[in-house]
Design a protein. Sequence first.
Length: 169
Amino acid sequence: MTGGAVVGAAANELFPKVKQVQVSGGAVPSPFDCWLVLRGIRTLPYRMRAHSENGAKVAAFLSSHSGVEAVHYPGLEEHPGHQTAARQMKMFGGMISVQVKGGREEAMAVAARVELFTRATSLGGTESYIEHRASIEGPDSQTPENLLRLSIGLENADDLIEDLDQALG
């Protein structure tokens, strides 16, 4: 379940467009959807803590791996946005982008060799996901061909690290 709200200080020229999306898209949740949000929000702080702790461990591992060209994760001190992120966040989440050495072919091979990660586009779930972003975006993508996006879930971080290590070779 995904939920959200659109909030503005006053109705402006965007308000009718947003209202039309709500009406035509059915953006009003059902009672069951609301119950799912309420149920999930009770454990959100604990899930986010595990998500962030696992993300930090995996990012640290990847940053020292010889098969990795670059790791994009604001929790790493060498990340250009680290200082800003540290001022704004208590923890850094579980979303990581990694550029593997060897180009597109090696990135695709790494994604194929992982065993605990699911190859899919999803963010912030309890399971870990991996995707080759440029493939998802298509031929006009400006995403580097060797970039993989990881959404680190709640599995044991050491197991995820071991899986990535074997996939990176």
